[in-house]
Design a protein around this ligand. Structure first.
Ligand SMILES: [Zn+2]
Length: 210
């Protein structure tokens, strides 16, 4: 719906939608039912629908190109957030941003993607392409992203657009490694993230450019 003139119009006007290459993974009735059952177990909400997302979670792919991440999402392989208890649906995120700044959308914004424990009911997930490097940690990986102008700027444009569209505050743009501290984190099974992507210093650096 177009923004009506009025008090809420200003942020959206300053954050146009960036170019987005839509390459949706299969997310049909079976996977939606799996997401609804997952949401019931973890959030006590039997739905696959993402409504009014309150937060954005930043990730990196641990791969050199966007395709392996896309195929991991598409394959819908059961994943163990709880050791010994594989669950479906498989992991996914709404967006993957390639090193050249191309933004791929993998999951509609009306659908919950499984990208961060405790946050899948409340957030949009964005993956940045960045490979692992022996001897280097998550801080180093995310600094590579921040230093890669085309990729970082595409991420900033996408986040600004999503913030304006959904009225998401910058303090609610979080990293996978900082997600447990979000007010929009909850998981009734008691599990938490143990992620190595986007720790506080790199999230702070990203937010500073918003
Ligand atoms: Zn992650």
């Amino acid at each position: 719906m177009p923004e009506a003139a009025g008090a809420t119009a200003a942020p959206a006007a300053s954050a146009p939608r960036p170019p987005i290459t839509v390459k949706l993974i299969p997310f049909g009735a079976t996977r939606k039912a799996q997401m609804a059952d997952y949401s019931q177990r973890h959030y006590h909400q039997h739905t696959w629908k993402l409504t009014n997302p309150k937060a954005i979670v930043l990730h990196h792919t641990s791969g050199a190109t966007w395709e392996p991440a896309w195929w991991t999402f598409a394959n819908n392989t059961a994943y163990e957030s709880i050791p010994g208890k594989p669950e479906k649906p498989g992991v996914s995120a709404h967006f993957i941003i390639d090193k050249d700044g191309t933004i791929y959308q993998c999951v509609p914004l009306t659908v919950r993607a499984r990208h961060a424990i405790g946050m899948n009911w409340s957030s949009i997930g964005i993956e940045f392409v960045q490979e692992d490097h022996s001897g280097k940690d998550g801080h180093w990986m995310d600094r590579q992203i921040l230093a890669r102008t085309a990729q970082a700027n595409a991420g900033l444009r996408l986040v600004r657009y999503l913030q304006a569209h959904f009225s998401i505050k910058s303090k609610n743009v979080v990293g996978h490694a900082t997600a447990n501290a979000s007010p929009y984190f909850k998981d009734y099974t008691g599990i938490k993230n143990a992620a190595g992507d986007w720790f506080a210093p790199e999230v702070k650096a990203f937010r500073a450019r918003l």
